[in-house]
Design a binder for this molecule. Sequence first.
Ligand code: HSE
Length: 431
Amino acid sequence: MRKIYLGLLGFGNVGAGVIKILKSRGSLLRNKIGCDLVLKRICDKNLVSKRDVAVPRELLTTDANQILNDPNIDIVIELIGGIHPAKEFIEEALRKGKYVVTANKALLAEEGKEIFDLVKRHEKSIYFEASVGAGIPIIKALKEGLSADRFRRIFGILNGTTNFILSEMSERRVDFSQALAQAKRYGFAERDARLDIGGIDSLHKLIVLVYLCFGRLVSLNEVFVDGIQRISLLDVGYAEELGYEIKLLSVAERQADELELRVHPTLIPQEHLLAKVRGINNAIYVSTDLAGDLLFFGPGAGRAAAASAVVSDLQEAALDLQAGLFRRRFFATEDKTIKGLRPIDKSRSRYYIRFMVVDKPGVLAAIAGVLAKFDISIASVTQKERKRAKVVPIVMVVHEVRERDLRLAMKRIGTLKVIKEPPVTIRIEQI
Ligand code: HSE
């Protein structure tokens, strides 16, 4: 039986998970693929840390060239993460004629153009199922399952860590930093957890999905992004009283001939399915003209789930390799009906707003006065009595307003002497 040789770059959590699957499901994969997947070399700069999977010593190296320069290695698996040196390693692998499997959403989102150009030039392929939604087969669904569809919108929860944090805050009333520490202990968070909580990891994933759906590789700075770092237990509690859950939502939506892209915390009605997505789960809604409205749901982080996606890519790469195929199908076709990106300033939404104010006469009138100047209409106001507190929260829900007007109004209100913290504003999504 033919052997296909693999080189693994990055022996971390997911890398160890991949090795476990290759060891334990070898015969299952052999039956499906018709060849043996043989792990020939594993590279990591740290070979000292203990792993819970045993590998022969001679497979291990700290020198990536032992994989990149080995003519017998057919497929390189990149699980280092981040931009450098992952980018250089992938580029070198492609130049050397290897197929590449990666989970690296940051690299695809930030340097995708160069990588995809290189793939085309060398007529090889890159597979990235694990880059979004871990084990949820969303990438294959978009590139194969919905080949002829025109996408209306794709939106959902793309980051497990922030969803875990928000769920912990809501279910167990633990504060933000405790919930984050717990997510780190479980190993869901990025090495730099600011990528999760600042919304950047979600943004990376949204960019990958948008590329597949609309054929545009947008830059990070073209997308409005806001994270969950300013969400407090107070907001979680008020949102629930108002009938909502707070979720970090990523949205790509066609608006006439423009595409609106945004990542931000959102109040979602408690009865909506997205509000019920808890813990590290992800949920991705896809709406197309042919297949209709689809929902993909499941764990969005974690070793076994991510490793499952990597191994599914290994199967695809091995099949392509045996057939000698240069697969074009992952190159998204540009949707020419979309003329450009819609500026966030034009986007409209209802909003939840929390002000922290000095408890004295005239405060509410001052805030309402500024809102009126910007033509922002208040739907509800809550201020609870707090004994002996000098600073108290006022929570408002406002009717639909243009993002730009809301921002200007908040800037103006922020300058009032009675306002003690920058106002917290959270969209209320109409879904
Ligand atoms: N930090 C990421 C998340 C890992 O929490 O979703 C999976 O991409």
